[in-house]
Structure formats: C-alpha cells, structure tokens
Design a protein around this ligand. Structure first.
Ligand SMILES: Cc1cc2nc3c(=O)[nH]c(=O)nc-3n(C[C@H](O)[C@H](O)[C@H](O)COP(=O)(O)OP(=O)(O)OC[C@H]3O[C@@H](n4cnc5c(N)ncnc54)[C@H](O)[C@@H]3O)c2cc1C
Length: 457
C-alpha cells in the first residue's frame, strides 16, 4: 500500500516535440497535469518530417489512449491508404513472397501508414498553447527545493517537478543524466528519397507493390524498400472524392492541414554495409546521393531505375544507422527519458516510433497515479523505467538483428549462399499454405496485433 499524497499541482517539462513527446503531452494534458513542451525547431513546419512511418497496432492503441477522441479520429482520417500487401522481391522485381494483410482484429488499431509531417501536425493540434518552438535545451540542474530546472541556449530556463527527455537519439538529457548509455554504429548506411506519385510513376509498379510495403532482397547484402503513400487529399489540399463524408469533414475542419506539405508520393530506401558507401556519406548533397543510389543499383529492374530517375533530388537524404546499447538499470529520479532518447533502434522492424508511443502512454499513466496520490513520484518513474527498459531492450535487439553490417549476409561468399537460401525459403513459404499462415501470424504479432489493450500499472 503506497503512502503517497495527491499532487494536484504536478508540473512536467518535456524536451522535444517529436512523436513520443507530443503523445505524452496530450496524455498529461488530458489527465489535468500542467505540461509544457520545448522544441528546438523554429516553427511547427521545420525539420525533416518527409518520410513515412508505419504505425502499428501498439502505436494506434497508444494514440487512441492519449489523444482527445476527436483528434484520434482525425489521425485515422489523415493516414495514407493502409498497406494491403507485404511483398518480398528480388532486385529484378521477381516475386519471392506476397502476403495479404488480414483485416485487423480491432479495426481502430490496425496497421497505418502516415507521413511524418502529417503525424506531427496531428499531434500538435490542441497543444499550440503549451508548445514553445525555437527553444534549444542545453542542460538541467537539480534545485534545493526538489524541483528540476531546464536551461536553454537562449539563456532562459524553466522549472518543473519532472523533466522528460523526449529529445531523440542525440538526447542531451541522456548525455547528462546517463553519460555511460552508449550508441553503437551498426555499420549499415542507407539512402532514402521520394518520387511524386503521378500516373506515369505509378504505372512502373505492379498492383501489389502499389498497394503494399515492398522489401527487395538484392545481392551483396543490399536491401531496399518501396512504399506508396496516397493521402485522402489532393495536390491542392482538398479532400479527395470518395473518401467518405465524415473523413472529408474531419480533414476539412483540421487546422493541421494548413501546415502539412505531404502530397501523394512513392518513397524508396536502399541500405547495405558501410563499406559499399563513401565514408563521407553525410557530406553529399541530394543530387550526389541520388547519383550514388543509381550507381549502386544500376543492374536492378528497369522500373526501379526509372523510379530513381524520377526522384526529386531535394528529397534524398542519408542515414547512418545507429542503435542504443541498452544501459544498466539506474536509480530513478525526477528526470526521465522516452523514445529514441533512451532506445534508438534501427528501422529494421519499423517499431521505433511505436515504442516511443508505448512509452508515452505508460509514463502518462504512472504520472497520473502520482497526481492522484496512488503512487509516489520517484517510485512511479522507477516503475515506468523498469518496464520501458524491458520491452525496449527487446525491440532494440530485434531491430538490430535486421540491420547489422557485421552479419554474414554482408560477406562476399557466404553472403551469396545465404541470399540464395533466404530467397528459396521465401518461395517455399509462398507455395505452402501452412507456412504462409504461420508467417502471416508472426507478422501480425510483430506489429503489436496480438497484445491486449492496456498494460496494468
Ligand atoms: C529511415 C527511418 C524509417 C523509420 N521508420 C519507422 C517506422 O516505419 N515505424 C516506426 O515505428 N519507427 C520508424 N522509425 C523510427 C522513428 O522515426 C523514431 O523512433 C521516432 O521518431 C522516435 O520518436 P521520438 O519522439 O523519440 O524522437 P523524435 O521524433 O526524433 O523527436 C525528437 C524531438 O526532439 C527535438 N530535439 C532534439 N534535441 C533538442 C534540444 N536540444 N532541444 C529541444 N528539442 C530538441 C527534435 O527536434 C525532435 O522534434 C524510422 C526511422 C528512420 C531513420
């Protein structure tokens, strides 16, 4: 039995208006907890928000739990068309395996494709009054009164009962609070870009690629991904015909669309071991990165090459794939972390944002318990961290297994043999119904489709 006392005045500062920080802010605001978000971007439309994020059942449940109900409906209405197929192809576009997504057990919480910019604009809706842009956090200090003070590069500061670092993979809060928490280079490099979706570019894709998430398994450890993002609004930002009257109404009423530059596109990404890329990848501009991607995939299917040729060079960006080394447990305090700030993971499983959202809900519930006197503050943060550490370490490890430049698939001879085995296995799954079913089930489990609704605290 806890002897905590209620803390109706509980006050929280969040550093970082990213996916996790903003979801937490919604939850705390709804719980009646005073919360302020500080973000380094100068405006709500700054930052590279361009590419796609797959929000799975876990992520949807988290958003549904923390967002006001009408805003969750807006989130659903503003997602791109959900993928119907999960495709595995060779680099010559030969089909290895195509699995049709089964209808989600709970239609409100199925797999969604969302543009980062759209998600950010949805999450900022209703938080305008508590989000401060152009605030670059520098460090924090513990005060004698038990509160914590956050300092910003412009010389200002803010005081609160709790400081949450939701400031992404280069988190300054993590570096100050847990200086031994390390990051590791996976020795994987990646380049991503976008092609405007037009009748001509869409015609380069088969119907399954057009309506799916497509992974390409190529020789020499190269991999690639293709997604088509079709939004419910047109080039002018007006709701498209045939999306349904209530979605059209939600989109028309949503102020976030004024700040959202997402329009229909095809996104692509390639990756391989670091030795296939120049050392100074991050120094290359979009045009150079695009030319490099074209050189690296010059023998691939002609339609792939045409897609790259149609890409907007300004949309092409490099990614050095890093991963957290899960830290040893630490003594809790009134400073805590969520999302990439404490568990950066490779995009290999597409669960970084989903895990950040899961953290946001869990932390909301613990802080709500503190406000209501059901838990003491530091104990509640410690309990949140213990659970977050457990599930995030698993997600970090599994994501790393998918993208690690040290594994055999990247080695010259054994890599070729492994690729041949993987492709044969996928073809076998494709023609063997019980194997297909099993693969489908494990895919659904991976995307959070089988977890129960709420984790008790
Ligand atoms: C290519 C790629 C594809 C991915 N695809 C997926 C996917 O399909 N599904 C998925 O779940 N995840 C995906 N991820 C991972 C996902 O993008 C991240 O895990 C997620 O964005 C983490 O959210 P966050 O809130 O922790 O951090 P972020 O969204 O990075 O937000 C951090 C915020 O903090 C701000 N900030 C940083 N420093 C400061 C400072 N000093 N002061 C003030 N503000 C600061 C930043 O500007 C930013 O707004 C992908 C990642 C990559 C690289």
């Amino acid at each position: 039995m806890s002897n905590a006392i209620a803390r109706p005045e509980l006050n929280v500062i969040i550093i970082g208006a990213g996916t996790g920080g903003l979801c937490l802010a919604h939850g705390l605001k709804r719980a009646g907890i005073t919360v302020t978000v500080f973000e380094r971007d100068r405006t709500r439309t700054d930052g590279l928000q361009g590419f796609r994020v797959g929000i799975d059942a876990d992520g949807c449940r988290a958003l549904d739990a923390n967002l006001p109900p009408e805003l969750y409906e807006t989130f659903l209405a503003t997602c791109a068309i959900s993928p119907e197929w999960f495709n595995g192809l060779s680099e010559q576009f030969g089909e290895l395996l195509s699995l049709k997504a089964s209808p989600p057990r709970d239609p409100r919480h199925g797999e969604r494709s969302v543009s980062r910019m759209t998600l950010r604009q949805v999450l900022l809706t209703g938080l305008e009054d508590i989000t401060r842009f152009d605030k670059v956090f520098s460090h924090y200090e513990q005060r004698a009164d038990g509160r914590v003070e956050a300092f910003f590069e412009d010389g200002s500061s803010a005081v609160a009962d709790v400081l949450v670092g939701a400031d992404g993979s280069n988190s300054r809060i993590r570096k100050q609070y847990l200086p031994r928490a390390g990051m590791d280079d996976t020795l994987i490099r990646s380049i991503g870009g976008k092609v405007p979706a037009t009748p001509e570019t869409l015609a380069l894709l088969t119907p399954k690629i057009r309506r799916g998430v497509t992974l390409i398994m190529a020789p020499k450890g190269f991999g690639a991904i293709l997604h088509v993002m079709e939004f419910p609004w047109d080039q002018a930002g007006a709701p498209k015909q045939g999306i349904g009257a209530s979605d059209a109404e939600l989109i028309a009423q949503w102020p976030g669309l004024r700040f959202d530059n997402s329009r229909d596109y095809i996104s692509w990404g390639i990756w391989a071991a670091a030795d296939k890329f120049p050392r100074d990848l991050r120094a290359l501009n979009g045009q150079e990165l695009l030319a490099l991607s074209q050189r690296l995939t010059a023998t691939w299917h002609p339609n792939w090459r045409k897609l790259l040729a149609a890409s907007d060079p300004n949309s092409v960006f490099p990614v050095v794939i890093r991963t957290s080394v899960p830290p040893e447990p630490w003594a809790p305090s009134n400073v805590t972390l969520l999302g990439d700030a404490i568990h950066t993971m490779t995009p290999g499983r597409g669960v970084g944002a989903n895990t950040a959202l899961r953290d946001a809900v869990l932390l909301t519930r613990y802080l709500q318990a503190v406000k209501e006197g059901r838990k003491e503050l530091v104990a509640a943060i410690g309990a949140y961290e213990a659970r977050m550490r457990a599930y995030s370490a698993d997600a970090v490890e599994r994501s790393r297994q998918q993208m690690d430049g040290r594994t055999a698939i990247h080695k010259p001879v054994i890599g070729r043999v492994l690729l041949a085995c993987q492709r044969s296995f996928m073809r076998l799954v494709s023609i063997t119904p019980p194997l297909r079913k099993r693969m489908q089930r494990s895919l659904e489990a991976l995307r959070g489709g089988e977890r129960e609704a709420e984790e008790p605290i």
